[in-house]
Design a protein around this ligand. Structure first.
Ligand code: NAD
Length: 320
């Protein structure tokens, strides 16, 4: 039987590129994008779209039945910086959307679920360098608490009900197609936009704040790879550590200066510094490498060249 895939939260930063990639790999009519809002022009004209509120079980179920969905990618969530402003809403969205999808999978209506976790599951008491897969996890943000709880429920639904749910802990994801959705690592995207538009950027994180990051192409590659992996190779049913590069705002500025020599970086630290300080500097993803063959492709230099080239082209075409 052919796969039929539903992406919930398809209009977001990761959902947009995931949908477009899946539509390159499978017949268009088998990839159903959904969100509570419309997405970019490119996404909306690329294939079928349904309006779904991830908080409404019946609304998800109706689309799953209509399109005979086999696999669900649940990308809807409230991200770290926004979640600190709306803690209860974040908890409601991040937990109840997951329960809705896990319960549909528990009934055997869909075969496979992808649900993203985050490096935000770690906290200040976690070892910061090369953070292990299994370690102390005491997240101090609403977002991190919701992701850690989600991981526990994914593992529980797998063990108790045999739900084939797969998950990775994304680091900060860097991309140029869709604007980021209110995370603490958004600076690493905004900095490229401002470097091209203004040749300067004011960072809300301090110069020495090192965080794990990943180029969008790598994030999409990992997402599709873990979903395509043999069921028996997925040994961890909470969520896999995933890593590519780690850098500070100063490191990005140096990489940008190699292409835009006049670029200047300033600092105005805000509340997001505390969130960043509670997260790892670097992550050990050897379990993902061992179990399903994960290997990243982009380093900081390659990310920088790709971001500057693609954003320059985008701004030229939009006459900014
Ligand atoms: P985003 O904020 O860009 O996109 C989320 C999408 O969900 C939006 O299009 C939004 O309209 C949609 N949405 C919100 N409420 C909804 C609802 N009730 N019903 C249906 N759709 C709804 O987020 P993203 O950056 O694409 O992140 C996707 C997933 O990856 C999230 O689970 C996030 O926590 C995780 N993640 C992202 C990053 C990152 O750097 N972007 C890092 C770690 C983890």
């Amino acid at each position: 039987m052919n796969k039929s895939i539903l992406i919930i939260g398809a209009c977001g930063q990761i959902g947009t590129e995931l949908t477009l990639k899946l539509r390159e790999l499978h017949p268009n009519e088998c990839i159903i994008a959904s969100d509570i809002r419309q997405g970019s022009k490119e996404l909306m004209k690329s294939g079928p779209f349904e309006v779904i509120n991830a908080l409404e079980y019946e609304s998800i179920l109706a689309v799953i039945n209509k399109h005979k969905i086999t696999d669900v990618y649940l990308m809807a969530a409230m991200l770290s910086a926004t979640a600190e402003k709306f803690p209860e809403k974040a908890w409601e969205l991040n937990m109840n959307s997951l329960f809705n999808v896990l319960n549909i999978a528990k009934e055997g209506i869909v075969k496979k679920v992808f649900w993203p976790s985050s490096m935000a599951v770690f906290g200040p008491s976690t070892p910061k360098e090369n953070t292990p897969q299994f370690t102390i996890m005491e997240p101090t943000t609403v977002y991190g608490i919701s992701k850690q709880t989600g991981e526990r429920w994914c593992e529980y639904y797998h063990k108790k009900y045999g739900v084939d749910v797969r998950s990775i802990r994304y680091p900060g994801v860097i991309s140029w197609k869709t604007k980021p959705g209110g995370g603490t690592t958004d600076y690493a995207i905004d900095i490229y936009h401002q470097a091209i538009l203004e040749e300067n950027y004011t960072s809300y994180l301090s110069s020495e704040t090192k965080l794990p990051m990943m180029y969008m192409d790598d994030a999409i590659k990992a997402t599709i790879q873990i979903m395509d992996a043999d069921e028996n190779s997925i040994k961890i049913r909470s969520s896999y550590n995933l890593a590519a590069v780690s850098f500070t705002p100063e490191d990005v500025a140096s990489a940008i200066k190699k292409v835009i020599p006049n670029f200047k970086l300033n600092y105005a630290i805000d509340f997001r510094q505390d969130i960043a300080d509670s997260w790892p500097d670097s992550i050990d993803d050897s379990e993902a490498q061992k179990d399903w063959g994960w290997k990243p492709s982009f380093n900081l230099k390659e990310i920088t060249l790709n971001m500057i080239q693609n954003l320059t082209e985008t701004y030229k075409n939009s006459n900014v």
